[in-house]
Write a protein that binds this ligand. Structure first.
Ligand SMILES: Nc1ncnc2c1ncn2[C@@H]1O[C@H](COP(=O)(O)OP(=O)(O)O)[C@@H](O)[C@H]1O
Ligand SMILES: [Mg+2]
Length: 237
């Protein structure tokens, strides 16, 4: 199989998967390979079933998102028995890194734009009853960040960064406000832990979210409960 013979470079070894940068079909087409290796301590039949299930579940969600116009990597090829998904390579950085850079450089307008897009993308996901399941700032990428050009003698910043969701391995379909609220909560925690003045930023995400679909208000209400439970839990240590 040509796809598997291409050179690959390991970029992340997680608990679940090995993630490689490679190419697909042509050496000029960069691709991401997510490989869930066999777990030798699991029963082989069960292991194969789990591997297949997770692979197909992630693929189905990615495909569904693409169909809905939610920005996620395109799936190129799946070999569920081997636990492999080849997908579109997203060139860019995580929103976590991009935010850090933008804040450090005082690029306030771009930050606002990014927060708004973030809220809109999550809203679109939830509006369609898709829950990400691991919505951290490492699982959101920013592509096409900052293009500047000369216009009428002045340097104009063209703000056209695009938010792309990755890592839907823990995602699922759900109509539950609770599940959607937990998505927001996980994102909020990720924001607050990585960006010192992030409270205001996250508020911009929520504002965009709230204005984007009908059910959003109920999810936000639920978020307040989830926060409360989180606080109680951390008080108990
Ligand atoms: N489609 C992609 N294009 C470019 N980089 C990616 C892509 N998918 C994942 N990555 C990079 O690989 C890392 C790990 O991938 P991810 O799907 O999040 O696996 P894990 O489940 O191990 O967190 C991401 O944090 C990101 O840096
Ligand atoms: Mg990840």
């Amino acid at each position: 199989m040509a796809a598997t013979e291409a050179p690959r470079e390991l970029i992340k070894q997680g608990a679940e998967a090995l993630v490689y940068k490679t190419t697909y079909l042509l050496p000029t087409i960069p691709a991401l390979l997510k490989h869930r290796p066999r777990k030798p301590y699991r029963h082989p039949t069960l292991d194969l079933r789990l591997t297949k299930h997770r692979c197909l579940s992630e693929t189905r969600l990615l495909t569904r998102c693409r169909g809905l116009g939610i920005p996620v990597p395109a799936v190129y090829f799946v070999d569920e028995a081997r636990g492999e998904i080849y997908m579109e390579w997203i060139s860019g950085r995580s929103i976590r890194e991009v935010l850090d850079a933008m804040i450090a450089e005082g690029r306030k307008e771009e930050v606002n734009d990014l927060m708004k897009k973030m809220g809109q993308v999550v809203a679109k996901l939830h509006q369609n009853d898709i829950v990400h399941g691991d919505l951290t700032t490492s699982n959101v990428m920013v592509r096409g960040e900052r293009k500047s050009g000369l216009l009428a003698g002045a340097t104009m910043e063209k703000v056209d960064a695009e938010v792309v969701l990755i890592d839907l391995g823990l995602g699922m379909m759900s109509t539950q406000e609770e599940d959607k609220a937990v998505d927001l909560y996980v994102l909020e925690r990720a924001f607050l832990s990585t960006h010192p003045q992030a409270e205001d930023l996250f508020q911009d995400v929520l504002t965009a979210y709230e204005g984007s679909f009908k059910g959003a208000k109920a999810v936000m209400k639920r978020l307040a409960d989830v926060r409360m439970r989180g606080r109680k839990r951390s008080m108990l240590g």
